[in-house]
Design a protein around this ligand. Structure first.
Ligand code: HAM
Length: 432
């Protein structure tokens, strides 16, 4: 017998119980995005490989070792499964002239991203992001808006233990000055650097500051700080973001070592981190990327954004008691016999017309076994249709959860009778 096929390592099926929680989460997120005026955009999952090399940076973990890149067998084009959404979103905005033609844009997207990382809890090879990008805004206000909107979402979801870390990466020129000083410092201590550090000394020294190697902590603590190289404009921008966050009552910690793993950032960068999820505690991250639009061939356009990891946020939401119960239908239709089945279809459709969720029993089964299924479905009411009911053109209604006995009603009064069972208070108030 041939071996059963399995999903690719690090790429997960999301089964119905979980997928319902995902949809519940997505509904909340969509309303939240709308309340801040963000509009949806959908980009392809496959993009030309050079897009990510140019946007994310050649000397980053993502581009060096994590991209699913391949050659299109039909035309030889170099393609990549997107590892993130910002590059694609900016590419789409340039291609369709969104900012030049329509002014500043507040955009969001949602979907799978792909990175060939070592899978573990909270880290997958196919994972999902909800990304937010604001194109054409230069001020600190939009940076603050992004952080404040995240805080509101955490509050709405009832998340606990999510802390904000903040830093400013300054401008490209400021980073270049700091980089020169940093390289000079690290050269002095070159012998102490680990393999990664040696390799990155000239290619990406800033990332050395982000090392997890405990042996390098002292060295890193003594390194020149980017904060000391920020010019007046960058400083003022960062100050203004902090004032708005303080006004909104959002606590934060300035983390001078926060440099992010993608090269396009400048000025404000931030991460929301929790200790509840083990090693993969960053649930959301982003910042400003004023140079990216121009770098990808567009007109100079300031921009900022962030993305949250859906798997991580959902894990935290469930840790904090969120997510809710699996969805149950309002009614389960039990029927026996040919004419009963025909009436069952009409009854189920009549209820759906009035907005009720109805599960119609399909297949064979005795009344008893069908009633068991009705109960297990979590439905509030069983519709019972046997030969007698079918002959009279009536439907039996049996409440499965609350009080009240079985009754028989005509097809015409079915939805009213259902509403009376499901929403008794509104009935008393004279409503429905
Ligand atoms: P990022 O920090 O690479 O930024 O990813 C954002 C979030 O995606 C992370 O904080 C994490 O929650 C989630 N994530 C990343 N990799 C994985 C993985 N392998 N498994 C599970 N979750 C993961 C970006 O992607 C930027 N595009 C964010 C951005 C948007 N900056 C500006 N605009």
């Amino acid at each position: 017998m041939s071996k059963t096929l399995q999903a690719v390592r690090g790429m997960n099926d999301i089964l119905p119980d979980d997928a319902e929680t995902w949809e519940h989460f997505e509904d909340i997120v969509r309303d939240w995005l709308k309340s801040y005026g963000y509009r949806p955009i959908r980009m392809p999952i496959v993009e030309p490989t050079p897009l990510f090399k140019r946007a994310i940076g050649e000397v980053t973990d993502i581009v060096e070792k994590e991209m699913y890149s391949f050659e299109d067998a039909l035309n030889g084009e170099q393609l990549t499964l997107r590892p993130e959404g910002t590059a694609s979103c900016v590419r789409a905005a340039i291609q369709h002239n969104l900012v030049a033609g329509g002014g500043p844009q507040r955009l969001y997207y949602h979907g799978p991203m792909f990175r060939h990382e070592r899978p573990q809890k909270g880290r997958y090879r196919q994972f999902h992001q909800i990304g937010v990008e604001a194109l054409g805004f230069s001020g600190p206000d939009v940076d603050a808006e992004h952080i404040i909107m995240c805080a509101r979402l955490w509050e709405e979801l009832g998340l606990e233990d999510v802390a904000l870390e903040l830093n400013s990466l300054g401008s490209a020129a400021e980073r270049a000055q700091h980089r020169a000083a940093l390289i000079a410092y690290l050269e002095e201590h070159k012998a102490q650097l680990d393999e990664d550090g040696q390799r990155r000394l000239y290619s990406n020294p800033l990332r050395i500051l982000d090392t997890k190697n405990p042996a390098l902590q002292e060295l890193v603590d003594g390194a020149p700080r980017l904060a000391d190289y920020l010019g007046e404009d960058s400083r003022a921008h960062f100050e203004a973001v902090q004032v708005l966050l303080k006004d909104a009552g959002i606590p934060f910690r300035i983390n001078h070592r926060l440099v992010r793993g993608l090269d396009y950032y400048n000025r404000t960068v931030f991460e929301w981190v929790t200790t509840r999820l083990g090693a993969q505690g960053t649930v959301c991250a982003g910042g400003r990327y004023d140079g990216l639009v121009e770098q990808l061939g567009g007109k100079p356009t300031p921009a900022a954004g962030f993305a949250m990891g859906v798997e991580r946020l959902l894990a935290l939401w469930q840790e904090c008691g969120g997510g809710g119960e699996p969805a149950a239908p309002d009614a389960y239709v039990v029927h026996l016999g040919e004419s009963a089945r025909r009436l069952a279809f009409r009854a189920a459709e009549a209820l759906r017309t009035h907005g009720f969720a109805v599960l119609l029993h399909c297949g064979e089964g005795s009344f008893k076994s069908q009633m068991k299924k009705a109960d297990a479905s979590g439905a509030a009411v069983a519709l019972v249709i046997g030969e007698d009911e079918a002959a009279a053109g009536e439907i039996g209604l049996k409440p499965l959860r609350g009080p009240g006995g079985q009754q028989r009603v005509s097809l015409e009064s079915l939805s009213e009778a259902m509403a009376a069972i499901l929403y008794p208070e509104e009935e008393e108030d004279g409503g429905v």
